[in-house]
Design a binder for this molecule. Structure first.
Ligand code: FES
Length: 281
């Protein structure tokens, strides 16, 4: 509970301080922790509140103006209470061509709100969003950054109606459910919920290029290394050693340096939703 713009109640502050200590321990420079700290206070208040700004400034020994300058720069930080679910409709080039604008207009009409506005019940914030790197499934809608691919105005309204009625919705890829804005903010602060590798991340449309390269025997050039730079030539797409992309998940340098929580963390093979479920039973 936020008391006022001077700070949090003592118990809340103690809890956030313990979390902040964990975040700060990850960075050699304390100031580098500002972005996750902003997500942390957002997970507490549902937006970057005045109390949250003051908290970050105190923890990092920065001015509130400095913290505000960062918080206002990135669109993922909200300066007023956000809805429980952020419904983002991609209206960037490809999605717009495929119907993104029509989807946004229909949702705007259904919800009675425009871009960056929130329904009166605090349930949904509607946004136009930029490319989500899911153009192969255009037009795309994201709800708290979970994908809803190949949408139409009708399918998008059906999903949003379910949210309004409190019914669960299922993303077309990734996690089986959509976490709330506050829950997702805590994950973005660096506190994992164990669901990062739920379901399929890359579906058939995304894998067309990979399948084609496998069928044709194409491989990426091996990365430049001391050994290869000393004369081991010929590691090309046509006659290469095929070393690229062979690093195991979890090796040094891998993006999966967190603790192993799902089968996808320990296997380079795609893991289906049914396998995910089976492994947890
Ligand atoms: S243009 Fe919409 S996901 Fe890329």
């Amino acid at each position: 509970m936020v008391t006022d713009n001077r700070g949090y109640a003592p118990d809340v502050r103690a809890r956030l301080t313990a979390d902040a200590d964990q975040i700060l321990a990850r960075y050699p420079e304390a100031r580098s922790a500002l972005l996750p700290l902003l997500h942390l206070v957002q997970s507490e208040d549902g937006y970057v509140s005045p109390a949250g700004i003051a908290f970050c400034a105190d923890v990092l020994d920065l001015s509130r103006a400095s913290v505000s300058a960062v918080a206002t720069f990135y669109s993922q930080y909200k300066r007023r209470p956000n809805g429980e679910y952020t419904v983002g409709v991609c209206t960037n080039t490809l999605c717009a061509v495929m119907g993104g604008d029509a989807i946004f207009d229909r949702l705007s009409e259904r919800l009675g709100i425009g871009h960056d506005e929130t329904t009166e019940d605090g349930r949904i914030t509607l946004e136009r969003v930029e490319c989500n790197a899911a153009c192969d499934y255009a037009p795309v809608m994201v709800i708290n950054w979970e994908f809803f691919d190949n949408q139409t105005p009708t399918s998008a309204v059906d999903v949003v109606d379910a949210l309004l009625e409190g019914r669960p919705v299922t993303p077309t890829r990734g996690a089986d459910t959509v976490a709330t804005f506050r829950e997702v903010s805590r994950v973005l602060a660096g506190f994992e919920d164990g669901r990062a590798d739920e379901g399929l991340g890359a579906g058939p449309a995304t894998l067309v290029g990979l399948e084609m390269s496998r069928a044709k025997g194409w491989t990426a050039p091996a990365p430049e290394s001391e050994e290869s730079s000393e004369g081991s030539e010929g590691s090309t797409a046509a006659g290469g050693t095929g070393q690229a992309g062979t690093d195991q998940v979890g090796d040094a340098g891998s993006s999966a340096e967190r603790e192993e929580t799902t089968p996808a963390d320990t296997s380079a093979e795609p893991v289906t939703k049914s396998e995910e479920k089976g492994s947890s039973e």
